[in-house]
Write a new protein. Structure first.
Length: 338
């Protein structure tokens, strides 16, 4: 049995997918690489099959009609045979040394007496043109080099948050929590990180810079102009997170705090992009989104609304909206995200 299954969702990825897959091959026979061709119109499937033929015990090429990023992740999870599961987007890659250390930790935990639900590592914003690469670390919040639970964590800083890129979940946990992503929808990586967290009881933080998160293509889904144009899909994912959070009962206080922190970040992103659209329709959509949170998750609404980011997103009037966007831009420049 493989230690780690890695799903690589691909759509018209021929120009950059080799860099991604080559980095994953450094995991050797401990990993399986599931390249999911999501109805590409270029040579993506051909390249995937070349890797499968060359590395038949490691790589599996899967073709499907186009279902979007979420549909590709669903397919990868359905085919996964590894004990742990990770998604790596086709324009991103993993650092070789950090990757080997992460696999060793997973193997040690598999052999140990305690079940590990979630391995957390750092990720790096590989932003084109940036002189300094921003690293998202968790040293101040999480114990290092041991399995720990929710009693052992400290709150995350305002600018720190868990993303899909920093997380490796136990595969059975993903099946048990019923993770199924909406098809033909962007930004579902937020759901990959968020939904299973409610089922996590044991974690391990390895302080290595594993995931390299590429930002720079003009057509990228996380390009700011693209995100503003697809803001309705961002709102859909945001509301799914609100719905899920509102249903969660009996969470550990710290567990709910981490999930609330993730929801705050997504509420902020949705709000800022709706403000930047500069239309009355989008201003109303922002108000409606916050009303939706209040109605569907009243328990968390108050704390989210009075948080620093919650207040920043809801400053009144035209001047307040300008301050909101300016504040967001300052944080964006400091931390290098899109």
């Amino acid at each position: 049995m493989k230690t780690l299954s890695i799903t690589v969702p691909c759509y018209n990825s021929q120009e950059y997918m080799r860099n991604c897959v080559d980095s994953l091959l450094k995991g050797g026979e401990d990993v399986e690489i599931l390249i999911v061709d999501d109805g590409s119109k270029d040579d993506t499937l051909k390249i995937a099959k070349e890797y499968e033929e060359k590395y038949p015990t490691i790589v599996k090429a899967i073709h499907q009609e186009n279902k979007g990023h979420g549909g590709a992740v669903n397919t990868g999870l359905a085919h996964a045979t590894g004990l742990y599961f990770k998604v790596v987007d086709s324009d991103d890659w993993l650092n070789e040394e950090a990757f080997r250390k992460a696999i060793e930790v997973l193997k040690q935990c598999v052999r140990g007496p305690k079940t590990l639900d979630l391995l957390i590592c750092n990720y790096v914003y590989e932003k084109v043109g940036a002189k300094r690469k921003t690293v998202m670390r968790y040293r101040s919040a999480l114990p290092q080099n041991k399995i720990f639970g929710w009693d052992d964590v400290r709150p995350l800083g305002t600018s720190h948050y868990l993303l899909m890129h920093s997380m490796i979940y136990r595969t059975e946990l993903l099946w048990e929590c019923g993770l199924k992503l909406p098809e033909h929808t962007f930004y579902v990586d937020n759901l990959v990180a968020f939904i299973p967290l409610a089922s996590v009881q044991s974690m391990y933080y390895l302080d290595v810079n594993l995931y390299r998160y590429f930002i720079g293509r003009a057509d990228q889904s996380v390009s700011e102009s693209v995100m503003i144009g697809r803001v309705d899909q961002q709102i859909r994912v945001n509301k799914l997170m609100i719905d899920y959070m509102g249903q969660m009962k009996n969470l550990h206080r710290s567990q709910r705090g981490y999930m609330r922190h993730m929801l705050i970040m997504i509420m902020t992103v949705s709000s800022i992009f709706l403000i930047q659209a500069k239309t009355d329709e989008c201003f109303e959509k922002k108000k409606e989104l916050w009303r939706y949170l209040k109605v569907n998750d009243r328990a968390d609404y108050g704390k989210i609304r009075v948080s620093l980011l919650g207040r920043l997103c809801n400053l009144p009037g035209k001047g307040g909206r300008q301050v909101s966007v300016t504040g967001y831009k300052v944080v964006q420049k400091i931390y290098g995200f899109n």
